[in-house]
Write a protein that binds this ligand. Structure first.
Ligand code: NOJ
Ligand code: NOJ
Length: 415
């Protein structure tokens, strides 16, 4: 009898869902693990420990900038000295990487784990990278200035000379001089002008202008601000759409991906949360954003049968409805992604703080519950979960999935 009982009870224990607080700790550990792999140049972050099917054992500028944005936010809250020293090591690695010869200069999206630029064929440049990296570093610079460490900031982060010899200034110069050019989108598939890239660039320049001014680099500050304003005008005049709210990409080079028709994508949502709380062009409750969020949610809710199977949970969100990348190859069918699903939850936290509407609290919890439900329940998060079965697939322990769990918890003030 005892035996039967334990057989009966064990799986229930083994597969109980972790609480969101427990998942936060597990995700933090996974992020730290992926950011400190022993065979990787110190400071660089692997996108996932997976070395084959798919091989994500590289450092992407975007993923790493977003990872460190979460760690900088965490440091700001907890003042954890171990995290602080990781951030210093990361800054060194970025300074090294910026000086590597690559095909597209700072627009190079992907690096080998020794810090040299990837040499194979790839969708390059991807001009969101330098903007995201600058945003993370500007935030850290502000924290250091508050702590009274201006020496480090002036020596390593922002120094007002041309040609630029400090990490933030190099990125700002790159962004200010290249934002008018097309580049590949964050999904590395389409060459064009993207809402995600432009909003990141706008915000980096806006915040960069403030930092430059504080540090006495007045001429540069004016220039960055002017470029930032020009980008804002461009976004407002080109990307607002009466049908879907916000467009993803315009001016596609050579037609882009033949099958990507709707121009609806989770990328604008990611842009809004990644540039928060700095960008002021769109409030989370503005008409185009609301329209866009509604279209995005309905589209994915109807597209994936797993959303119908568990209607009590939040909505599993993918990249874009026509997606064919299944985590292994591009001849498959797209799935919901953890980072997209969490992004919708994070959106509701912001919306909640703008309107105090209690209904949003429930939406946040539902998005988190959806993610925990499809995790393996021991804290693992891959890139995607299957649109029919709900099982995880694609790169395992994706850094960006875990990092999204960290940011939702911090933005919603659960931590
Ligand atoms: C890997 C890219 O990172 C992913 O975004 C893309 O969909 C596939 N390759 C196919 O191009
Ligand atoms: C594929 C995603 O499309 C891209 O955004 C990401 O940078 C890489 N995977 C690495 O995670």
């Amino acid at each position: 009898m005892k035996f039967v009982l334990s057989l009966f009870f064990l799986p229930a224990f083994a597969f109980a869902l972790p609480s969101k607080e427990v998942q936060f700790e597990l995700s933090l550990n996974k992020v730290i693990e992926n950011a400190t792999m022993p065979d990787v140049r110190p400071g660089m972050v692997v996108a996932s420990p997976s070395r084959s099917n798919p091989d994500y054992y590289f450092d992407w500028v975007r993923d790493t900038a977003l990872t460190y944005r979460a760690l900088v936010d965490y440091y700001e809250i907890k003042k954890d000295s171990k995290i602080k020293s990781m951030i210093f090591t990361w800054i060194k690695a970025e300074a090294y990487r910026q000086n590597q010869p690559t095909f597209t200069g700072l627009g190079e999206p992907k690096y080998f784990i020794d810090g040299s630029g990837y040499t194979g064929g790839w969708g390059r440049p991807q001009n969101d990278g330098p903007a995201l990296r600058a945003l993370t570093m500007i935030k850290f610079a502000r924290i250091l200035l508050k702590e009274g460490n201006q020496d480090y900031v002036l020596k390593n982060l922002y120094h007002g000379v041309i040609p630029a010899d400090s990490v933030i200034k190099k990125d700002l110069e790159y962004v200010a001089h290249h934002w008018r050019e097309t580049s590949f989108d964050l999904w590395e598939e389409e060459n064009g002008m993207h809402f995600y890239t432009l909003l990141s660039q706008h915000t980096a320049l806006q915040e960069g202008a403030k930092l430059a001014k504080e540090l006495g680099d007045i001429g540069a500050s004016d220039f960055y601000e002017m470029q930032s304003n020009l980008i804002a005008q461009f976004i407002k005049s080109q990307f607002i759409d009466s049908e879907i709210g916000i467009l993803t990409t315009i001016r596609r080079v050579n037609g882009g991906l033949g099958y990507k028709h709707s121009n609806l994508d989770v990328a604008p949502l990611l842009a809004l949360i990644h540039t928060s709380p700095y960008q002021k062009i769109f409030s989370m409750r503005s008409a185009p954003v609301r329209k866009y969020i509604e279209t995005l949610t309905n589209t994915f809710n109807n597209l994936y049968s797993i959303n119908k199977a568990y209607p009590g949970l939040g909505v599993g969100i993918g990249r874009y409805p026509e997606d064919r990348y299944d985590g292994y190859q591009t001849s498959g069918v797209g799935n919901p992604w953890f980072l997209s699903t969490l992004a919708l939850g994070e959106y509701y936290c912001h919306a909640r703080s703008e309107t105090k509407n209690l209904r949003y609290d429930e939406m946040v919890e539902k998005q988190i519950a959806r993610v925990l439900f499809h995790s393996d329940r021991t804290g693992s998060l891959s890139e995607q979960f299957n649109h029919q079965s709900g099982h995880m697939q694609g790169a395992r322990e994706l850094t960006w999935s875990h990092n999204s769990f960290l940011t939702i918890m911090m933005r919603c003030q659960f931590i």
